[in-house]
Design a protein around this ligand. Structure first.
Ligand code: NAD
Ligand code: UD1
Length: 317
């Protein structure tokens, strides 16, 4: 049994990770301010193995005290304003959450010589921006187009440099577009597939920014959790960054079509102008993660079918 800290643990990726960690017999402490996450996301997880703090990761004093007193084996930094568009609207506020709060964690570990088995920081494919070379390799050009992407790149570099300078086992992931159960659709800034799923369910009109020909590497949540567990448990995976994705490129129009087929419903679509800072094309080269034995199990069709099944089961419960 190990002790984990998961920031953002009441969110989409976080709650799915916490569920798996607890199933595997670990104890987890969560810090989440519930700005996007929900306490109900943790309902299915046995309470005796989870401690939840409704706090902001920008409360540096609280975070430092927590790290010093709890002496975590593993730290997973998922807490962030995950929306690219939100960072365009609130650059300074999101900077303190998406960058400064992470540095406070690295700095506390350094200053107090805390011994951790692994610190994992969740970065993003957004760091590659609009560089036309595809697929995106970890060595591809970095062209951040938004405050979100700058903060992700900066936090990942700090993780690696702190790791090497002060011998802290750090590792970073660049997630591509993750989707699946518990992704919150309620904000205009939410992940696109959670919004599509909500519109299909309620019959509300979906606002499509641009012509729908923008492409993404849509990655099912279960594949992301497998990648996180692999990187946390592989000691050689340190001071480095790994793309986490399927390696497949799908347009927004095509993924919507697949979602309509999976639900047997038609999406009502209205078009709007492309969002500021939006990336046109993105998909990953996942050779590096594969070299550790990783295999993505879900293509878009299978991932969407599992997502739809999960939602149907929820409705019947
Ligand atoms: P999410 O919004 O569901 O999760 C983020 C969590 O962080 C939420 O629960 C939110 O309430 C919490 N949070 C936000 N500000 C906070 C603060 N000041 N203090 C404490 N908690 C705070 O998003 P997600 O999709 O689960 O993303 C998890 C991580 O993965 C984020 O760092 C995100 O940037 C990164 N990421 C996500 C994707 C994706 O496609 N979902 C892709 C690349 C990277
Ligand atoms: C997403 C993630 C971001 C991550 C990045 C990695 C979220 C909220 N964003 O950003 O954390 O770092 O992937 O690749 O999880 N769109 C619409 N209508 C909508 C919403 C979105 O047309 O209502 C379009 C967007 O303009 C964009 C595409 O769908 O072209 C995907 O948008 P979004 O889900 O917000 O993802 P990214 O911006 O790629």
């Amino acid at each position: 049994m190990s002790k984990y800290l998961v920031t953002g643990g009441a969110g989409f990726i976080g709650s799915n990770l916490v569920e798996r960690l607890v199933e595997d017999g670990n104890d987890v402490v969560i810090v989440d301010d519930l700005s996007m996450g929900k306490i109900e996301n943790l309902d299915c997880i046995p309470k005796e193995h989870v401690t939840f703090y409704k706090r902001s990761i920008t409360d540096f004093g609280f975070m430092s005290r927590l790290l010093i007193t709890e002496k975590f084996d593993y730290i997973v930094l998922l807490g962030a304003v995950a929306s690219v568009a939100d960072s365009v609207d609130r650059p300074a506020e999101t900077h303190s959450i998406n960058q400064e709060a992470n540095i406070n964690v690295y700095e506390t570990i350094r200053k107090h010589a805390l011994r951790v088995k692994k610190v994992l920081f969740a970065s993003s494919a957004a760091v590659y921006g609009d560089d036309p070379v595809l697929p995106k390799k970890e060595t591809s050009n970095i062209v951040p187009l938004t405050p979100y992407a700058i903060d992700k790149f900066s936090s990942e570099r700090y993780a690696i440099v702190y790791g090497k300078l002060y011998d802290i086992p750090t590792v970073c992931t660049r997630f591509f577009n993750v989707y699946g159960p518990r992704q919150n659709p309620e904000s205009p800034y939410s992940g696109v597939l959670s919004i599509v799923q909500s519109c299909l369910k309620t019959g509300k009109t979906f606002k499509l920014f641009g012509d729908g020909e923008q492409t993404r590497d849509f990655t099912y949540i279960d594949d992301v959790i497998d990648a996180l567990l692999l990187l946390l448990s592989t000691p050689e995976a340190k001071w480095d960054v790994y793309n986490v994705a399927t390696g497949k490129q799908t347009s927004l129009n095509d993924v919507i079509k697949s979602f309509e087929e999976a639900t047997d419903k038609k999406l009502d679509v209205v078009h709007a102008e492309t969002r500021k800072g939006d990336i046109k094309d993105s998909f990953a080269d996942v050779t590096k993660l594969r070299s550790l034995g990783y295999v993505a199990k879900y293509d878009v069709k299978h991932g969407l079918n599992k997502y739809v099944k999960y939602n149907r089961k929820l409705k019947n419960d």
